[in-house]
Design a protein. Sequence first.
Length: 98
Amino acid sequence: MHVTLVHVYVKSAHIDDFIAATQLNHEASIQEAGNRRFDVLQAPDNPSHFILYEAYASAEAAAAHKKTAHYLVWRDTVAEWMAEPRQGVRYEGLFPQG
């Protein structure tokens, strides 16, 4: 399984906007054939810090996600709201398998 933890720091004035835009991206992403999980996490001690937990069946499925209309809209919508560039950290998902 192809897993990426995407760390996002959002400008405080745009936290609610970011959550709304990311919810739309989440709802569409979990419908993708290769998607296994797409969790959106917010740090309780720093509300401007989010982690997107993205799990796909394969590297190809993860790459296909980045070509979807909903991802491209999300990327362009939230770009100016970020306090710093987002950082994706890649992991190999061991369990559950598939």
